[in-house]
Design a protein around this ligand. Structure first.
Ligand code: ZN
Length: 329
């Protein structure tokens, strides 16, 4: 081997060593560093996973508690609804003792010690005094009689335009009675000519009463009643119109008889007005507040006294809750 050859192989060795260092450096820098980083990250991910697991467990536990609370609340509300003021703790422990948690609450409840106040019972017989055709010269007298007995009635009035009529309309309202409508004109042929003419008369009266008293009346009595034989149109057409106006009509199931042309005696009026009340739940009595019906005013105190003396019977004004008495349906 010549000196030249030795120099060449020494230089090559150095180059190879440099290359080796370079490769080792690459290995350490390019592979080991990411590997270490990966390990560190993996440890952190594991740790976070454990934290997450623990938190999930806690959340689950909390939601279980909330559900249990909700169930207790539901039981409390159910017990309350059944007993009125309820004793949910007792009812719950009772059920648990009996071991029938899913059984209905009824029958296992401990009733409250304080007895519930009796609900106010509706009297068996409800009587409604109704006066048609007013106001008249007798309206004041009728109102005074009603006041004497602390009784409220219903007045189906006409569209009378005198000052005294307007005052009477206001008095009816102010003294707590029901102001009903009985047509503006009371002229059968005009009112029942068509639905349009009926509507015109109706609106005129409702507006007039509102203007005078501030009350928008919502009850109506057909002149002649819904079963009258005067109307050429089917009365159901007018009834439908009233229904559209959110107004209810009332007929009667007791007639005093004071609508007849001859003046009835006080005795007959009392007899007519009090017959059959004890057999019915709702009695609507037809009377008239009219200048030629003097005996109606005379009979009124006796009629009221006789009705008030009946057992389980009350006199009421017609309201939106009153069961309607109607001749046609
Ligand atoms: Zn009438």
């Amino acid at each position: 081997m010549s000196d030249g050859d030795v120099q060449v192989s020494s230089a090559r060795r150095k180059r190879v060593q440099r290359l080796k260092k370079y490769i080792v450096g690459m290995l350490v820098g390019g592979i080991m560093t990411p590997l270490v980083l990966c390990i560190v990250l993996w440890i952190q991910v594991r740790h976070l996973g454990q934290v997450l697991e623990r938190l999930t467990g806690e959340v689950q536990e909390l939601s279980d508690q909330v559900r249990a609370q909700q169930e207790r609340m539901d039981e409390f509300v159910a017990a309350e609804a059944i007993t009125g003021q309820g004793n949910p703790v007792s009812s719950e422990s009772n059920r648990e003792l009996a071991g029938h948690a899913s059984e209905p609450l009824t029958g296992e409840l401990v009733l409250p010690e304080e007895p519930e106040p009796e609900p106010e019972e509706t009297p068996a017989h409800r009587v409604y005094l109704t006066f048609d055709d007013g106001p008249s010269i007798y309206t004041d007298d009728i109102l005074d009689i009603l006041d004497t007995y602390d009784v409220k009635a219903t007045f189906f009035v006409l569209g009378k335009e005198t000052d005294s009529a307007r005052e009477a309309m206001k008095d009816i309202v102010d003294r707590g009675h029901t102001l009903g409508m009985h047509s503006y004109s009371h002229k059968y042929t005009e009112i029942y000519e068509s639905v349009e003419s009926f509507a015109e008369d109706f609106t005129k009266l409702q507006d007039y009463l509102y203007e005078v008293t501030g009350v928008k009346s919502s009850v109506y009595r057909f002149p002649g009643g819904s079963s009258n034989t005067v109307s050429s149109l089917d009365m159901r057409e007018f009834a439908e119109y009233l229904d559209e106006q959110d107004v209810r009509f009332f007929d009667w199931n007791i007639s005093s008889g004071d609508g007849s042309s001859r003046l009835l005696s006080v005795e007959d009026l009392v007899k007519n007005c009090t017959a059959g009340i004890e057999k019915r739940g709702t009695s609507v009595i037809l009377l008239h507040d009219s200048a030629n019906k003097s005996t109606t005013v005379e009979a009124l105190p006796i009629i009221i006294e006789n009705i008030l003396a009946m057992e389980d019977t009350v006199i009421l004004p017609i309201t939106d809750e009153t069961e309607p008495v109607q001749h046609i349906h």
